[in-house]
Write a protein that binds this ligand. Structure first.
Ligand SMILES: Nc1ncnc2c1ncn2[C@@H]1O[C@H](COP(=O)(O)OP(=O)(O)OP(=O)(O)O)[C@@H](O)[C@H]1O
Ligand SMILES: [Mg+2]
Length: 410
């Protein structure tokens, strides 16, 4: 092992071996001098470096089954902790005879227990089953064998705090059936094993097959599957389906960028079809007239917006927006704005008259798809009954509205 003292000796040796003309630099501070700590106090279960208490633990017991990303608990552990894990591939050909011996051992124990009339518990059957499964998989070349060791070192400003953090870490991990032990009387070796130098001096290894070892990979690209979503594609890293409900996100907007001819329109159309299956209302603004065929094939309405076209948008239509009474007030306000634009501005009194007429139009008739001519009639009625008493200048409004016959609906 390399402890700080031998390290310092090595360093000195290297310096001594340098060519003569460089010896001037000896005596200057180099980066190691600046980085290294002044001293270190070793205790049986912790180290004290420059007033910081450090304790290293290793994982001694692993659960029979673990789910992917279990290391997350360790990574999300909300305290000062360094985590190191060492992974070594074991030559399967060397491992097989040992594995076979272990299986024979366990098998004979099991037989002996059955013969003696004892109950064979999971302490025998679990390792036996996993050893046999592992052997089969290695023989078929489906799995490789790895040795993994996981070390965690916690840091604190005081011993009391260090003990508290250690307890917390042990509890957190044991909740997932991982058992930890403090590397007693081996804290220096443990510290070396934690440093990013790929030296496993503690050697607390555990045999795992590739798929179990893969579970410890901390950056799992987790699956993205939402019940109410639609299929967007396949996740390249783990071949899982990406099923996303964009309307469940904070913001449902998206934008597609790609080279010309790479399939942007295609992808968008596929998404539209899938959204339609989920009952989403889809509106496409289509300046390039690309979506006519799609609209027709799904029984949609293709509206051509131009002065000459047959289809027109009826701003009075309430069918799609009306849900509750307060929607009506907003709708009437919007309509007043639209008509004010069409009539090139309305005075306050004209606006008030229009507002009243609109409300009567919807409430009186109960219709949700009136047209401009209905409003005209409503305004005329109002004029006849109120003309003498009200000062509303409805005449002006009527005259101006005649200038926009194209808005009279079919
Ligand atoms: N996933 C796919 N499977 C089969 N064909 C596809 C796929 N994606 C795109 N295509 C085909 O590739 C061609 C180009 O696709 P598309 O028109 O969607 O590209 P684009 O990115 O919208 O191009 P532009 O930028 O020119 O609008 C089309 O003929 C389309 O049918
Ligand atoms: Mg396109």
């Amino acid at each position: 092992m390399t402890n700080p003292i031998t390290l310092a000796k090595d360093w000195k040796k290297q310096h001594d071996e340098r060519p003569k003309e460089l010896t001037l630099s000896f005596g200057e501070q180099d980066s190691t001098d600046i980085l290294s700590y002044a001293g270190l106090e070793e205790q049986s279960d912790h180290l004290c470096i420059d007033g910081v208490y450090i304790r290293t633990l290793f994982i001694s017991g692993y659960p029979f089954v673990a789910s992917s990303g279990w290391l997350d608990t360790l990574i999300n552990f909300n305290h000062d902790a360094d985590i190191s894990y060492h992974l070594h591939e074991v030559n399967a050909l060397q491992a097989l005879p040992q594995l076979n011996r272990k299986i024979t051992e366990l098998e004979s124990t099991r037989r002996a227990m059955i013969k003696a009339g004892k109950i064979v518990g999971s302490e025998i059957t679990d390792p036996l089953d996993s050893a046999m499964e592992l052997r089969d998989k290695i023989q078929r070349g489906q799995e490789k064998l790895f040795q993994m060791s996981i070390y965690v070192s916690v840091r604190a400003e005081s011993l009391a705090e260090l003990n508290k953090t250690t307890k917390l870490l042990e509890t957190t991990l044991s909740a997932r059936l991982f058992y930890t032990k403090v590397a007693r009387y081996q804290q220096l070796e443990a510290l070396q094993s934690i440093l990013p130098r790929a030296e496993d001096q503690l050697g607390q290894k555990r045999n795992l097959d590739s798929s179990s070892a893969a579970l410890s990979f901390p950056f799992m690209s987790s699956e993205l599957v939402q019940e109410s979503g639609i299929l967007y594609g396949v996740n390249k890293s783990n071949n899982s389906l990406v099923i996303l409900d964009r309307f469940s996100l904070h913001n449902a907007n998206s934008i597609v960028f790609a080279q010309s001819g790479s399939g942007k329109s295609y992808a968008t159309k596929v998404e539209i079809l899938r959204q339609l299956m989920q009952g989403t209302k889809v509106i496409v603004v289509d300046p390039e007239r690309e979506y006519k065929l799609l609209t027709e094939s799904v029984g949609g309405t293709y509206i051509k917006l131009s002065a000459k076209s047959d289809e027109k948008i009826n701003p009075f239509d309430l069918t799609t927006t009306y849900r509750k009474r307060s929607d009506l007030a907003e709708h009437v306000q919007n309509l007043t704005e639209v008509i004010s634009l069409m009539a090139e501005g309305l005075s306050a009194s004209e606006k008030a008259a229009l507002d009243k007429a609109l409300l009567r139009l919807y409430e009186g008739s109960g219709r949700i798809q009136p047209v401009l001519s209905d409003l005209y009639h409503e305004l005329k009625l109002a004029e006849e009954s109120y003309a003498s008493t009200c000062e509303f200048e409805l005449k002006a409004l009527n005259v101006r509205m005649f200038c926009f016959p194209s808005l009279h609906q079919h």
